[in-house]
Design a protein around this ligand. Structure first.
Ligand code: YSA
Length: 351
């Protein structure tokens, strides 16, 4: 062999290959050896490919050497595979491989506690005749605000400040969307596509421009509920939500409704359960009130019904929206919402 760079490379490849083969004593190691020298991007394969750029004369000498090297490596691999097979059957015959040993355990994953809670909440409503549907997290301002009777400049928009997404559509128009601040935009989306009766729950991720603390995250999960039909009353809403609270928190839980304001309901209410930690006596968790708020709710505002083409003199309905992390915190006695998203498996394994 003459002293040319490619020939030097070739010698190095053969030397390395032989050296590595000495230490390859399992089928996996042999396969990895094959890939690194003879595979599609293996060292020898790449060198063979690079021969095309040499002169005819050089190609003749180096090419012949390289093909010889390839045949040698292939033979080496073949011999090693045969030897390994013989060794394995010898060990089996001598009974040194115990095929009755149990397999290595495969670690099993599990559902995140928030996913579990979402499923539990949805299952409770599905058993009461609701369908579960999902909607987009990147939403139009119209559905997040205007269709919910929250026009531009309405003070309620401050409470639901969010992140905006600017983009250019295929006709080169500048567009503005937002990360939805609640699951309520799905109310109008569902009603636009269906005629009453409507009974849906909508689980999903929501976003707010908000600092995190023990009970607030800037992204969290809600479940929205909507029921619209002829003659639906506030009593239907109370009955449905009582039933829900008892299924999730147990039959002994007391439930309280109080007036609250949301622009898209009239009347509006907040629903609370008696504190699980002190049984309503007052403690740190319920801030000495004895009650813990779990959701906002109310009778769908006539303007919202009108906006989707439902006649408010014929149809009425109720809607509600609950925070899933808060429900999970209550259910499992967790004091800091941030634990759900800290990716600490010691915490997550407990569920
Ligand atoms: C009200 C009436 C309806 O007819 C329908 C829906 C609603 C709920 C309304 N869309 C809403 O989002 N209300 S809310 O701002 O008070 O949030 C609802 C629930 O989400 C709260 O009760 C709380 O449990 C949870 N939540 C709010 N901000 C949060 C949060 N959870 C975690 N982090 C935050 N930053």
């Amino acid at each position: 062999m003459t002293d040319q760079p490619l020939q030097t490379d070739l010698e190095a490849i053969v030397r390395d290959a032989r050296g590595e083969m000495e230490h390859s004593s399992t089928p996996e190691a042999l396969e990895s050896w094959r890939v690194s020298y003879l595979g599609r991007r293996g060292r020898l394969t790449l060198l063979l490919r690079s021969l095309a750029s040499l002169s005819l004369e050089e190609r003749r000498t180096v090419g012949a050497e390289a093909n010889r090297a390839k045949a040698q490596l292939e033979q080496l691999l073949e011999q090693r595979q045969q030897a390994l097979k013989q060794e394995t059957s010898r060990l089996l015959q001598e009974g040194r491989i115990d095929v009755t040993l149990p397999g290595r355990p495969v670690p099993l994953g599990r559902l995140h506690p928030i996913t579990q809670t979402v499923r539990e909440i949805c299952a409770a409503f599905v058993s009461m005749g609701f369908d579960a549907v999902e909607g987009p997290e990147v939403e139009w301002e119209h559905y997040n605000f205007d269709a919910l009777n929250i026009p531009r400049d309405h003070p309620a928009r401050d409470m639901w400040d969010t992140l905006w997404v600017d983009w250019t559509d295929p006709t080169s128009q500048q567009r503005r969307m937002l990360l939805r601040t609640h699951t309520s935009p799905m109310q109008a989306r569902v009603m636009e596509k269906t005629r009453p009766p409507v009974r849906v729950v909508v689980p999903g991720r929501v976003y707010r421009y908000e600092a995190s603390d023990a009970t607030h995250e800037w992204h969290f999960t809600q479940v929205e509920g909507l029921a619209v039909d002829e003659r639906i009353t506030f009593a239907d809403m109370k009955g449905t939500l009582y039933e829900f609270a008892h299924r999730i928190f147990g039959a002994d839980r007391k439930v309280r409704f109080r007036c609250d304001y949301f622009p898209f309901v009239e009347p509006g209410a907040e629903m609370a359960i008696d504190c699980f930690a002190c049984q309503g006596k007052g403690c740190r968790i319920c801030k000495d009130t004895g009650w813990i708020e779990i959701m906002g709710a109310g009778m769908v505002h006539p303007k919202v019904l009108d906006g989707v083409g439902y006649d408010p003199s014929v149809y009425t309905g109720f809607a509600f929206g609950l925070g899933v992390e808060r429900i999970a915190m209550l259910k499992y006695g967790i004091e800091d919402i941030r634990l759900f998203y800290a990716n600490d498996v010691r915490f997550l394994r407990q569920f």
